[in-house]
Design a protein around this ligand. Structure first.
Ligand SMILES: [Zn+2]
Length: 201
């Protein structure tokens, strides 16, 4: 019970109700800092497939390759990988909360996971991640760390938190998708050949 109380306390402090995606990209998630971090994954994965529309500076949900208007327009699907984590930086700063795991880090932990015994997962280890944003693009180096104890009860609670918080976020992405689809439909109605540049992305 102590764990439950502590978790909710942490969540309230870090995770105010998310009202729109602009807010979510601000202070509500943990930020990945340059340098060395040690990460513990304290939930299962919550994956959201989205599109980032550069010209609109906005993201929208991907409703599936076969019917997604944004896929059909050739906009890349950007998978978003969310976990509740504990992050400790080399400076000793320790934080709990929801982290969007960068794609290269997620895929690297997957690579390690393939070689783990069947009863283990990436949650059984902590992960030493180095982030370097000094070059043209951000570079991550991910190494498997030490084995850690899994608290199944805590993982269950954190999964529920993810469903609630990222579920809210997903709803804003769905609303954005509808808006974009409507704007495409209107533009096509106005000009079936789509040559007038009415479609803004
Ligand atoms: Zn799509």
């Amino acid at each position: 019970m102590v764990i439950i109380a502590t978790t909710y306390k942490i969540c309230r402090r870090k995770m105010p109700l998310i009202k729109n995606e602009r807010e979510i990209s601000g202070g509500d998630f943990l930020k990945f800092r340059d340098g060395d971090s040690l990460i513990k994954l304290l939930s299962n994965l919550y994956r959201v497939d989205s599109h980032y529309i550069e010209s609109q500076k906005t993201s929208a949900i991907c409703v599936g390759e076969d019917k997604c208007v944004l896929c059909k327009r050739g906009i890349r699907v950007a998978p978003q990988f969310y976990y509740v984590v504990e992050v400790q930086t080399s400076g000793g700063l320790k934080e709990d909360g929801i982290l969007r795991l960068p794609e290269p880090v997620f895929y690297e932990t997957n690579n390690y996971e393939k070689n783990m015994p069947e009863n283990e997962s990436k949650r059984n280890y902590d992960w030493a991640v180095n982030r370097d944003s000094s070059g043209d693009r951000v570079v991550y180096d991910t190494q498997k760390g030490s084995k850690i104890e899994i608290d199944e009860e805590l993982i269950k609670i954190n999964n529920e938190l993810l469903i609630e918080k990222i579920g809210d976020y997903e709803n804003t992405l769905k609303a954005k998708y509808k808006q974009l689809v409507n704007s495409v439909a209107r533009a096509q109605e106005a000009d079936p050949s789509e040559v007038s540049g009415n479609i803004p992305f």
